[in-house]
Design a protein around this ligand. Sequence first.
Ligand code: SF4
Length: 185
Amino acid sequence: MWSLKKMKRSYSFEIPVGMIKYYLFCPRIPYFVLVMGVKEKVTDCMIEGLKEHEKFCRSKEMANVYLKSEKLGICGYVDAIVKTSNGYKVVEFKSVEFNKRTLKSHLYQAVAYALLVEENFGRVISVVLKYRYRTLEFPLTVGLKRYVKHIINKIREICEIGLVPEYKESRRCRGCGFAWICRQA
Ligand code: SF4
């Protein structure tokens, strides 16, 4: 018999929020990382970016906060959370210059952090992307939240069912840190 009480979902594994960026770059990557345990090849540029990121987080009060979502089965470190009288703002620091091409993946990732903050602290009003010379702020809409939840479900499906998209060579493969394993898989 069905209970009217809300059933609490439990997940066999948590999806780190960083996986959203990977999924949007190529949907094959979450499988390599979460199921096969493959690590991305780290470049000098990535190390520099990490150092800048740490510097930024040290300078903020509510920064680098580790959060989990029971409802969505995701987890991650939120760069900064700013409390306002209307709700929270979630800030995502990017150690690179603004680039239109990567905006969407940065935005969706920041929205996933906002979902973590909403579940743990309360209403989020906006997400802020802080680039080197530019800061962008986006209201946290129902549409954005819905789309990011859809991405999270897709990643879970790929990993649980093993529904990995076919290898298809494209321009992005040239700069891909998983190319070495991708062609063997
Ligand atoms: S090499 Fe190409 S197909 Fe393979 S994971 Fe990277 S981007 Fe995707």
